[in-house]
Write a protein that binds this ligand. Structure first.
Ligand SMILES: CC(C)(COP(=O)(O)OP(=O)(O)OC[C@H]1O[C@@H](n2cnc3c(N)ncnc32)[C@H](O)[C@@H]1OP(=O)(O)O)[C@@H](O)C(=O)NCCC(=O)NCCS
Length: 165
């Protein structure tokens, strides 16, 4: 069955959340794991919106934190699809922290995540093609395809060696 293509903007997802003491370590910096959870959650919503199905995370590329996030910051997590394969989808997620007293916004980290849509039997399910219209969207799609090909190549190499990780 051929699925109708969908626009990138139709699945773009943004969530803002105030950072509380419970999200922080004893010196007041927000835990990296807390940020990673939000990144995965928002990326998953974006992928589910595109697929119209539940999704699972199959890969998260390396994530580094450029600057600390503090208690009281408003964290905004934005997710947008870059590339889709047959059943997989690469989502780019950007995290920004706002000091709500000064309005200063800091880009704290970005990540690429890959999700796979699941059907009613838990099998990988086909997803709609992605419509990339602007030059930026088309560039991201080409780059996303190259990254995904590299992930698949690394996966095959791991399987050939019989190792995981
Ligand atoms: C995701 C999952 C269904 C894929 O199963 P699988 O047997 O590897 O299925 P396939 O080989 O058909 O791969 C399905 C798609 O995932 C992609 N994929 C698989 N492993 C990947 C990896 N390590 N990195 C990137 N993409 C990967 C494949 O390229 C394929 O994409 P395509 O259909 O667009 O070409 C399975 O690995 C799984 O259930 N993993 C656990 C997911 C999970 O529990 N996540 C954490 C909690 S949500």
């Amino acid at each position: 069955m051929t699925l109708a293509p969908r626009h990138i903007r139709d699945s773009q997802t943004t969530i803002s959340q105030l950072m509380h003491l419970a999200d922080a370590n004893p010196v007041g910096n927000i835990h990296g794991g807390m940020v990673m959870r939000l990144v995965d959650e928002v990326g998953g919503i974006c992928a589910s919106r595109h697929a119209g199905r539940p999704v699972v995370t199959v890969a998260i590329d390396s994530m580094s934190f450029h600057s600390p996030i503090f208690v009281g910051n408003l964290l905004t997590v934005k997710a947008s699809l870059n590339y889709v394969g047959r059943t997989s989808m690469e989502v780019g997620v950007r995290v920004e922290a706002e000091d709500v007293l000064t309005g200063e916004i800091t880009h704290t980290n970005s990540a690429y995540l890959v999700y796979v849509a699941k059907d009613e039997n838990g099998e990988a399910a086909e997803v709609p093609p992605l419509l990339a219209e602007t030059a930026d969207e088309q560039r991201r799609m080409v780059e996303g395809k190259q990254r995904q090909e590299e992930r698949v190549r690394r996966r095959r190499a791991r399987e050939t060696r019989g190792t995981c990780g």
